[in-house]
Design a protein around this ligand. Structure first.
Ligand SMILES: [Zn+2]
Length: 335
């Protein structure tokens, strides 16, 4: 799904860029004609020749006559082009001076090449999605390339049978796979475990990977989500902004709800959270929820119907081990 408002805005930008380019082109043309008057004549003649070629293709001469005519026109065209080239060479003005006016010379600021989106268009969409995601700055540091397993202990504990490092390696692999298969499989994930075990970091890794594939992602903390819902109900200011945001909770390709805890819970936020989780499942739109609560606390805090939807449909991943933020504090390498 592409966000139509974003696409519309980008197309408007292209329109503006084309108008600017057109003006610039006229100015440069005049500038060049002023310096080399013969060029104006050549351009006029070239325009005539191409008109003649089109005409001759349509006229009723016999084949032989037509070919002869077209050949002579092509010859004329060739000679004019040659003369033009020499004039440019002698003047020292670059040959593409008039044409080299676009932000993107590949698509001439139209955004399209043969009905396909140009790379510059795709990049603009990615940039817009980054802005929209709410975590643009963080993603420069927090991504799969910067993930450091060294912060995780290799010591196995009795309770979990595997070490935190083995566990995080498994989760890391799972998350990478999740981004690769995102378009085909629509899995939702619950990350749970104490804070400082890398949950938010991995949310960000996933977000960046998808944004770079121009897939829209929205990150929100749970308390921010609840606040938005509450503002929407009770505060009519900025109504349209809130509407759009809530609409995105329901329709964005990937929604990340970070830090689901005990804050801001009331019957309204519970109901809205259930609706978001439920509708996204029905629409096959993945959601990632991360929480510091244990599954038991989650069950005690949230309604049963929320829990049963998550337990039934989400992949549940448990983060354990030491608080890596403490380790991070004493080392200079990136986590
Ligand atoms: Zn382009």
């Amino acid at each position: 799904m592409e966000n139509s408002r974003i696409i519309k805005n980008i197309l408007k930008e292209y329109d503006k860029a084309q108008q600017i380019a057109y003006k610039k082109k006229q100015e440069r043309k005049e500038e060049v004609y002023e310096a080399i008057p013969r060029l104006r004549e050549i351009d006029n003649e070239l325009a005539n020749v191409s008109l003649e070629i089109t005409k001759s293709l349509l006229n009723k001469n016999n084949d032989y006559e037509r070919k002869k005519l077209i050949n002579s026109l092509k010859n004329k065209n060739y000679n004019l082009q040659n003369e033009k080239k020499h004039l440019y060479e002698n003047s020292g003005i670059p040959e593409d001076y008039i044409e080299n006016i676009y932000n993107c010379n590949k698509c001439k600021d139209t955004g399209y090449i043969n009905n396909e989106k140009c790379d510059c268009f795709k990049q603009k969409i990615i940039n817009e999605y980054y802005d929209l995601s709410g975590i643009k700055e963080v993603l420069q540091e927090e991504n799969f390339d910067h993930f450091n397993f060294e912060y995780f202990s290799e010591e196995r504990d009795n309770e979990n049978k595997i070490s935190p490092k083995e566990n995080i390696k498994y989760i890391y692999k799972f998350c990478k796979q999740f981004t690769k298969e995102f378009q085909n499989k629509n899995r939702s994930i619950l990350f749970y475990g104490h804070s400082g075990r890398g949950k938010t970091f991995l949310c960000n890794c996933i977000a960046k990977e998808l944004l770079d594939q121009s897939i829209p992602v929205l990150y929100t903390t749970a308390s921010n989500l609840f606040q938005t819902v509450e503002n929407f109900r009770f505060n009519r200011d900025k109504f349209e902004d809130l509407c759009e945001k809530i609409e995105m909770f329901y329709s964005i390709n990937l929604l990340i709800i970070d830090d689901l805890g005990t804050e801001g819970i009331n019957s309204i936020s519970q109901a809205e959270l259930f609706n978001i989780i439920n509708l996204r499942l029905i629409k096959k739109l993945p959601t990632i929820i991360s929480t510091n609560l244990s599954l038991e606390d989650l069950q005690n805090t949230y309604s049963n119907r929320i829990l049963s939807r998550i337990a039934g449909e989400y992949t549940i991943l448990y983060f354990f081990g030491n608080d890596i933020r403490a380790k991070k504090k004493y080392t200079k390498t990136l986590f």
